[in-house]
Design a protein around this ligand. Structure first.
Ligand SMILES: [Zn+2]
Ligand SMILES: [Zn+2]
Length: 235
């Protein structure tokens, strides 16, 4: 109990810390100005896939033509320079606390947007090789912190990887949908649940789309997505 409380506080407060982006003193992972500039998610965005849109638009052309299996995407902002550094630190810098902080930010945004309280929060599972190298799944760090803030359940055993694949980032965008086919299974209970899927970055949405399809086939009532950052189309 005390351990989890301290861990929780550690994710939120960095008493002697510096902002991960601008290196000014900050009690949070990012200082307020950097958070406002890079993680405000303020642009109008496609409600389905989180893509930034010109003012007055609510859904992007791609989602109009072919709606993804998830019904909603919440994001904190666009993936790009310099905020990509934060994700690099989260994934390759042995800093799982960044994930817990991002989970808290996502939960705050989720509540502020008035989104429904989910029944189940699930991370995109990491490949076993990368889990072994990294020592933690950054999406799980985000998911359990997100769920704790909303006082709902997070589980890492409901959606699992059943096949290894080349990293999505190593492939051209056009090949990514095919690459993730058959990668996931949903052996855990998700029937009739409103699920939120958590990941650090959404690029094409192929991975999240495949995971959502698997969960829906397993009986989930609906799947929503919460990602720290969304890659703009040109990126
Ligand atoms: Zn800063
Ligand atoms: Zn869209």
């Amino acid at each position: 109990m005390l351990g989890s409380l301290l861990e929780h506080m550690g994710a939120a407060l960095r008493p002697t810390g510096l902002c991960e982006l601008c290196a000014l003193p900050s009690r949070q992972t990012l200082c307020e100005p950097c958070t406002g500039q890079y993680l405000s998610g303020a642009e109008p965005r496609c409600s389905h896939c989180g893509l930034a849109l010109p003012a007055g638009n609510f859904i992007c052309g791609a989602c109009l033509r072919s709606p993804p299996p998830y019904i909603q995407t919440l994001t904190l902002g666009d993936y790009g320079v310099p905020i990509d550094r934060l994700i690099q630190r989260l994934k390759f810098g042995d800093e799982p606390a960044i994930g817990r902080w991002l989970g808290q930010r996502l939960a705050a945004r989720w509540q502020a947007a008035g989104h429904p309280r989910p029944g189940l929060v699930l991370p995109i599972p990491l490949s076993s090789v990368r889990l072994q190298q990294r020592g933690y799944n950054q999406a799980w760090e985000m998911a359990r912190s997100f769920a704790r803030e909303l006082r709902v359940t997070a589980r890492s055993d409901v959606l699992v990887r059943v096949r290894e694949m080349p990293p999505q980032s190593s492939l051209p965008l056009a090949l990514r949908t095919k690459n993730v086919r058959g990668v996931f299974a949903a052996p855990g209970p998700c029937k009739a649940q409103d699920v939120v899927l958590i990941d650090d970055v959404m690029t094409t949405g192929s991975t999240l789309g495949e995971a959502a399809s698997v969960l829906l086939r397993a009986g989930a009532a609906a799947v929503r997505v919460a990602v720290a950052l969304r890659t703009p189309p040109s990126g």
